[in-house]
Design a protein around this ligand. Structure first.
Ligand code: GLN
Length: 505
């Protein structure tokens, strides 16, 4: 096995025994990036030298712990190279959110999740490509370039965290962080055969995470297996005094403890709901087949499955596409060319003669140039939905329907512990195939929007292939019940080998 292919837990075991060093590991991953990223294009920014310095420091820390015989006490990610979505602020490292309006933005501070990852020993390799301000499902809305799916370079890796998912799938990082507003961690994970976890709303601080839709945004890990995803969740979760929506509820992240080794029925007593609405028209037959087979595996592991109903499923797409743009239009008002990022100036003359006009023209030019087409579309939709006279008909109505969608899940969770289904209705599509059709693009998230609107956790794990392309199984649980979700995901993963398959790059 190549060093860059290692999972976090495999690398950690080797680091603890002194069989490899963090420097070797980091160099191996950087070499891998050099070898494949020209084709995959997962990274927007690389910080190789800085990564090697961090690795050097991690090696010193490992050596110290080994001398003291206290390897078990090293921080959980010590010496592990990672990739971070460009939506997340990294002090001293350019952070663009995939937008031209932040082309020159170097944050003066770290997001809380970065502070936590660094404290846990994580090594930053670079920042990954994404749809502009996380708006999209294919990473084609990046203002820089499209990222390619390592499983088929002519196809998209999903989005908006497509760079992060592609980096992990291509072994260009041991793990990555993404953000999930309506599916942006889970859907790219499904399309690249990786594990993507959207935590409960409030589980992870968004301080320093560039805001898209604040009632929906969550940071989540993209990893090579469930055990790694759980480890990362344990590092990034928790209350943050700087972030009012963050809460402190403990989560069990030692997944090995969640199922008994040698237990033939590790899911005995677990009730699994299969929503009728997730298997209707629009679901690709090969995807349906893989997901149905996965459900049979859960049954074989002892789970009791039953059909449940989420009657308002059809409304999640229109509800999301009113609420998310409304919030985005407010959040994006801050990009006016004054505080940070791009600024297109009017002539000095104009400033002298009519400063107010010059100011307006400057803001218009800056935003006109700085934002791409999808972002502008959302700002227009959002301001429209919030405007006087339309607020009640659109925004308020969408808020009411959001409550109905949440109640659907509440009712289902009275009968079952987890809800399973497909993550994405289709496998990875061709680059360009949906780029000009926003509605088709929005449909990529039909199965991931509901959980986000309801604020509940959900994970996508590899569950098979259709025509050589990965299929993801989505498992959702009650709010703050990541433990249950990880237990089911881990048991499934232990019983199958889909997650071990690698693209032939
Ligand atoms: N594809 C959805 C959108 O475009 C979800 C994106 C996300 O989760 N950030 O809004």
């Amino acid at each position: 096995m190549k060093l860059y292919e290692l999972t976090i837990h495999q690398a950690r075991a080797l680091l603890a025994r002194g069989e490899i060093s963090a420097s070797e590991l980091t160099r191996a991953v950087l070499d891998r990036i050099n070898a494949v990223d020209a084709r995959v294009q997962a990274y927007l920014t690389l910080v190789a030298e800085r990564a090697l310095e961090q690795a050097h420091a991690a090696d010193a820390q490992w050596a110290e712990h080994r001398r003291a015989g206290k390897c078990g006490e090293t921080p959980p990610l010590l010496g592990i190279p990672m990739a971070i979505k460009d939506e997340i602020c990294t002090r001293g490292v350019r952070t663009t959110a995939g937008s031209k309006i932040l082309d020159n933005f170097v944050p003066p501070y770290d997001a809380t999740v970065m502070e936590k990852l660094y404290a846990a020993g994580g090594i930053l390799l670079g920042k990954t490509n994404q749809d502009e301000f996380a708006m999209g499902s294919s990473t084609e809305n990046s203002r820089y370039f499209a990222t390619h799916n390592p499983w088929d370079l002519e196809r998209v890796p999903g989005g908006s965290s497509g760079g992060s998912a592609a980096a992990v799938a291509a072994d260009e990082a041991l793990f990555a962080l993404g953000t999930d507003t309506g599916g942006s961690v889970r859907q790219p994970a499904a399309l690249t055969n990786t594990v993507g976890l959207r935590p409960t709303y409030g589980r992870v601080s968004r301080y320093g995470v560039i805001a898209f839709a604040s009632s929906l945004d969550q940071v989540g890990p993209i990893a090579k297996d469930v055990r790694d995803a759980a480890t990362i969740l344990g590092v990034i979760a928790g209350h943050d005094p700087r972030e009012a929506t963050s809460v402190n509820v403990p989560v069990e992240v030692h997944v090995e403890a969640l199922i008994k080794a040698q237990d033939l029925a590790p899911l005995h007593g677990v009730r699994v709901g299969v929503p009728r609405e997730y298997f209707g028209a629009g679901l690709q037959p090969g995807v349906a087949q893989a997901v149905r087979a996965a459900i049979r595996v859960l049954e074989a592991l002892g789970a009791a499955t039953q059909e449940v109903t989420l009657p308002h499923t059809d409304y999640s797409l229109p509800t999301y596409y009113l609420l998310a743009p409304a919030e985005a239009s407010a959040n994006l008002a801050r990009y006016d060319g004054v505080k940070y990022g791009l600024r297109l100036e009017e002539s000095n003359e104009m400033w002298e003669v009519t400063p107010a006009l010059a100011w307006g023209a400057s803001v218009r030019a800056t935003r006109g140039e700085g934002f791409g087409a999808e972002v502008k579309r959302r700002i227009m939709l959002g301001t429209y939905a919030l405007s006087a006279g339309y607020y009640d008909a659109y925004y308020l109505k969408a808020q009411q329907v959001r409550t109905l969608i949440k109640q659907d899940f509440d009712r289902a969770f009275e009968q079952v512990d987890v809800i399973v289904g497909p993550t994405s209705p289709i496998v990875a599509f061709k680059i360009g195939e949906r780029a000009d059709d926003p509605l088709q693009m929005y449909l990529a998230d039909v199965f991931t929007l509901g959980q986000a609107l309801a604020g509940i956790p959900a994970i996508s794990i590899p569950c098979g292939f259709d025509q050589g392309l990965p299929v993801g199984l989505q498992i959702a649980a009650r709010a703050f019940d990541e433990t249950r979700l990880l237990q089911v995901a881990y048991a499934y993963e232990q019983a199958t080998e889909w997650h071990t398959r690698k693209p032939g790059l």
